[in-house]
Design a protein around this ligand. Structure first.
Ligand SMILES: [Zn+2]
Ligand SMILES: [Zn+2]
Length: 442
């Protein structure tokens, strides 16, 4: 029997936990997993990658690797490649909402497992990596995996448009070096083909970087050229550009809305290009969204420069750093510098309905304790009247408590993350692997 702490404030305990018994240790009741709940609780090792790497070309001294210990040593290990099974009767209830919130879930053991991982946290949308995000080449998707993914999408009620795969971190289509750009392009095209094999409509990626070797203008035209080429080599998938946080030495493309607009204007098939707005990146890049007025102003700016019709998804992350910090540090919803109020604007704004809204917040490898809580809170923001009571701070406290418990259970405190931050191995990196990596564990 496995036990872990669950915050006493967690009034909205997902259904998966409701069959469990509770008893108190100190201030927090402790959840004891019953056999039924552990059957779908991820002891198959399918949680997100155990490594977190920061690979910013402009901050080479700031490379972060977090090597995480297994959460609960008693967890039985699942064989690599095994398809995850789930007991649907104990899945959390999924809210019917026009705001499709989910998280970047693990696809360990096969993309088909991602569907179950999403269902287990009550997600109405999800993101995945289509292959190892830190390797140039990966084995092809097997036909069994593709078939199982499609079957499960139907079985669990996810539409193809609710999935926003995230591109490999290695890709830099803005590199002026022909050989390196070609390597990136091949990796990019391979990702797009995988989307189409899975029947997925969207593909999100980081635009690129000049790596200090060319102008922003030139990088932008190289990126657009690659997108045009890739559109010719694929059938329907939409290439979705992500806005970025950091300009560092000024090399990263996508931290200014104008970069996104310039790429789009050079893309020939406008029906196959879009944008994913990451809230943490926006905020770090200087676009405030904390008040309703600030959110409206930022969105109007985006509409004017890029066009709201191009908005195909969002990444929902709070920020560990302040406005305009130019630093990409994701925080759990409501407990960072952005705050829960900003997400209230989002979950009451019709302009961001029916697109994937993806959490990329720290889960400490306990997605059902962290992301399920965040999803639950975010869904409760829709239609919430802020003039009555102090609902927002109660909800923030709910998340803070869940995150604290998860952090404690996993033994992955923030100090540890910093302590291991300079241990990234050189292996597998190319000198121009310039991606402004997100500070979250996928
Ligand atoms: Zn990203
Ligand atoms: Zn993101």
């Amino acid at each position: 029997m496995l036990a872990y702490a669950v915050c006493a404030r967690s009034s909205h305990i997902p259904l998966v936990f409701r069959s469990s018994s509770l008893f108190n240790i100190g201030n927090c009741p402790v959840m004891v997993k019953t056999r039924r709940s552990s059957a779908i609780s991820g002891e198959d090792g399918a949680e997100p990658s155990s490594k977190r790497i920061k690979l910013d070309d402009e901050a080479k001294t700031d490379r972060v690797t977090e090597v995480q210990k297994p959460l609960i040593s008693a967890k039985p290990k699942r064989k690599t490649g095994a398809t995850k099974k789930a007991d649907k009767s104990v899945l959390p209830e999924r809210t019917t909402s026009l705001w499709k919130v989910g998280a970047h879930v693990s696809a360990a053991g096969g993309v088909e497992n991602a569907v179950v991982n999403a269902a287990e946290i009550g997600a109405n949308a999800f993101a995945i990596f289509l292959k190892s995000q830190r390797k140039w080449t990966s084995p092809d998707l097997t036909s069994a995996s593709i078939q199982s993914f499609k079957t499960r999408m139907e079985e669990y009620g996810y539409s193809n448009g609710a999935v926003l795969p995230h591109g490999s971190y290695l890709i830099n289509l803005g590199n002026v070096d022909d050989g390196k750009r070609k390597k990136s392009y091949d990796c990019f095209l391979d990702d797009l083909k995988r989307c189409e094999q899975l029947g997925l409509e969207l593909y999100n990626f980081h635009p690129g970087s000049t790596v200090g070797a060319t102008t922003t203008k030139n990088s932008i035209s190289l990126i657009a050229e690659c997108i045009n080429e890739a559109h010719k080599e694929t059938k329907y998938v939409t290439t979705v550009l992500e806005n970025m946080a950091s300009s560092g030495a000024g090399n990263v493309i996508g931290c200014d809305f104008s970069h996104l607009a310039d790429i789009i204007s050079a893309v020939k098939d406008k029906s196959r290009v879009g944008v994913c707005l990451d809230t943490c990146h926006m905020f770090a890049a200087g676009y405030d969204i904390r008040t309703k007025e600030a959110w409206d102003t930022t969105l109007e700016k985006f509409d004017k420069q890029v066009g709201l019709s191009y908005l195909r998804g969002m990444h929902l992350n709070d920020s560990k750093t302040e406005l305009n910090s130019k630093r990409d540090r994701h925080e759990n919803i409501g407990i960072g510098h952005i705050g829960l109020r900003a997400f209230h604007h989002i979950f009451n704004d019709v302009r961001v309905q029916n697109i994937p809204l993806i959490l990329e917040t720290p889960s400490f490898e306990l997605p059902k304790e962290t992301w399920a809580k965040e999803i639950d809170v975010l869904n409760r923001l829709s239609g919430l009247d802020l003039s009555k009571g102090d609902a927002l701070s109660d909800m923030e406290e709910d998340i803070r408590c869940a995150v604290k418990d998860a952090e404690k259970s996993s033994g992955k405190g923030k100090t540890k993350v910093k302590g291991t931050s300079r241990k990234t191995k050189k292996k597998g990196r190319d000198e121009d692997e310039t991606r402004d990596h997100e500070d979250h564990a996928h």
